[in-house]
Design a protein around this ligand. Structure first.
Ligand code: PRP
Ligand code: URA
Length: 215
């Protein structure tokens, strides 16, 4: 199940399983172990919708009883690019569904005072221009990190890009749509707003800290 807002480029995947799991990680009493597990599970569930338009090609195969023209995914292996740190929390869940995917890493943190992203690491596979590039980060707040991450993969000639997050603020969605209108955005929940410190309300708190048990 999915609902589409905007010009079909913002997709809220409001499947009951995803919504239920999201409620568990929103609760402040949910501990690191459970939080980490559920973030991965939601990442895995979102894969079905994100990969809905993957291209298929014909392939001739033999079943035990007949030959047939079957269908298989074509093209270069896709690449999952988590934005460090919190994006790492979704990678294993996604890889369970897409075990052959490549993984790129985008090192960004949000300066606490300015809320602007600061770049500190980047590593990607080759042929970025031929792959579907899926950038993952559980939180889309001001949108600064997501816009910067997409800039980074576009600099490496990526052309087919999707952005995936768990919880988004309307401010972040707007920023992303204005800067990268060609990139579809997949969201598990669209929340109400940002607070004065740039946290999503109601949100789930600091996702990186909750995944890694820091702070
Ligand atoms: C969080 C989150 C996003 C970013 C979102 O990371 O994982 O990357 O903030 O905020 P924005 O939309 O306003 O840019 P953070 O900077 O806290 O780094 P961390 O994951 O290393 O803790
Ligand atoms: N980053 C987070 O981890 N949580 C928020 O609410 C906003 C940015």
């Amino acid at each position: 199940m999915r609902s589409i807002i905007d010009d079909q480029m913002v997709i809220v995947i409001d499947h009951p399983l995803i919504t239920h799991k999201l409620t568990q990680i929103r609760k402040k009493e949910t501990g690191t172990n459970e939080f980490r597990k559920i973030v991965n599970e939601i990442g895995g569930l979102m894969v079905y919708e994100i990969t809905r338009d993957l291209e298929l090609e014909d392939v001739k195969i033999e079943t035990p009883v007949a030959s047939m023209i079957a269908r298989q995914i074509t093209g270069e292996k896709l690449v999952i690019c988590p934005i460090l740190r919190a994006g790492l929390g979704m990678v294993d869940g996604i890889l369970q569904m897409l075990p052959s995917a490549r993984v790129g890493h985008i090192g960004l943190y949000r300066d606490e005072a300015t809320l602007k992203p600061v770049e500190y690491f980047a590593k990607f596979p080759n042929k970025m221009d031929e792959r579907l590039v899926i950038i993952v980060d559980p939180m889309l707040a001001t949108g600064g990190s997501a816009v910067n991450a997409i800039d980074m993969v576009k600099k490496r000639n990526a052309r087919n890009i999707k952005f995936v997050c768990l919880v988004a603020a309307p401010e972040g969605v707007k920023e992303l749509r204005e800067n990268h209108p060609d990139v579809p955005v997949y969201i598990a929940a669209l929340d109400e707003k940002l607070n004065e410190k740039g946290y999503i309300i109601p949100g789930l708190g600091d996702c990186g800290d909750r995944i890694f048990g820091t702070k």
